[in-house]
Design a binder for this molecule. Structure first.
Ligand code: 13P
Length: 243
């Protein structure tokens, strides 16, 4: 039976081109359109050549212009990308992305008909201080500010607790479920939209995917490190998408 989960493979800044070629050879038996690969932007055309659904990890908030080094959602869409990850904690941290900038990127992507994966999540310190709800509320409110209900049909929220990214630590299923319900309630309360899709990301791997897939409220997974191993991502997809 086909489950409703989707899998977004965030390959981050990994692999040389010769490694990408080997990787793609090893994932050739993955055919479902419920999986989106987000490689380094340089390799997007290569993945598209193999007919994968492809997303971009990062976009600018303008269509064109004197923005050296940046890539616009218009350009990504014109190549064939289907979505952009926006507001990843690594971009918030290393590139000083603010909620306002993130909101500009969200609006720009939607204007150019690119689906959005808006990443939100708390640090361990914020969690310990019982500030998770407050942090997420602000990220949702600012990140989605000005969006209509028809815009929101093209937005997924990825709940990625920062302390779970690349650490092997994962919240309990109960905590993930509670947090997803909180996110859905917030979006419903503030934007009058009941059907927001929420993904989970942070140390998803072939061992925990079976259990994580039982969380009904979770629409799918954003997978980092484990997606670099062809066998591991194939297993994750097998369980999350096809089971
Ligand atoms: P890991 O799966 O390596 O924890 O990374 C999660 C992530 O940041 C996906 O965007």
């Amino acid at each position: 039976m086909e489950s409703k989960k989707i899998v977004i493979a965030n390959l981050k800044m990994n692999m040389t081109f010769s490694e990408v070629k080997k990787y793609v050879e090893k994932i050739r038996d993955i055919h479902t359109k419920r999986v989106v690969f987000c490689p380094s932007a340089l390799y997007i055309p290569y993945f598209l050549g193999y007919d994968y659904s492809v997303g971009i990890q990062q976009i600018a908030n303008e269509d064109y212009g004197a923005y050296t080094g940046q890539i616009s959602s218009l350009q990504a869409k014109s190549l064939g990308a289907v979505l952009s990850i926006i507001g990843h904690s690594e971009c918030r941290l290393h590139l000083n992305e603010t909620d306002d900038l993130i909101n500009g990127k969200v609006k720009n992507a939607l204007k150019n008909k690119l689906n959005v994966i808006l990443c939100i999540g708390e640090t361990m310190e914020q969690r310990d201080m019982l500030r998770t709800d407050r942090v997420l509320r602000k990220q949702i409110s600012k990140g989605l500010s000005g969006l209509t209900t028809s815009d929101l049909q093209h937005v997924y929220i990825a709940y990625e607790p920062i302390w779970a990214i690349g650490t092997g630590q994962v919240p309990t299923n109960r905590d993930i479920k509670k947090t997803i319900q909180f996110i859905q309630k917030q979006v419903s309360k503030e934007f009058r939209y009941e059907d927001i899709c929420v993904l989970y990301g942070g140390s998803v791997n072939h061992k925990n995917i079976k259990s994580l897939s039982t969380i009904e409220e979770c629409a799918g997974f954003l997978v980092g490190g484990a997606s670099l191993n062809p066998k591991e991502i194939s297993k994750i997809i097998e369980v999350a998408v096809k089971e």
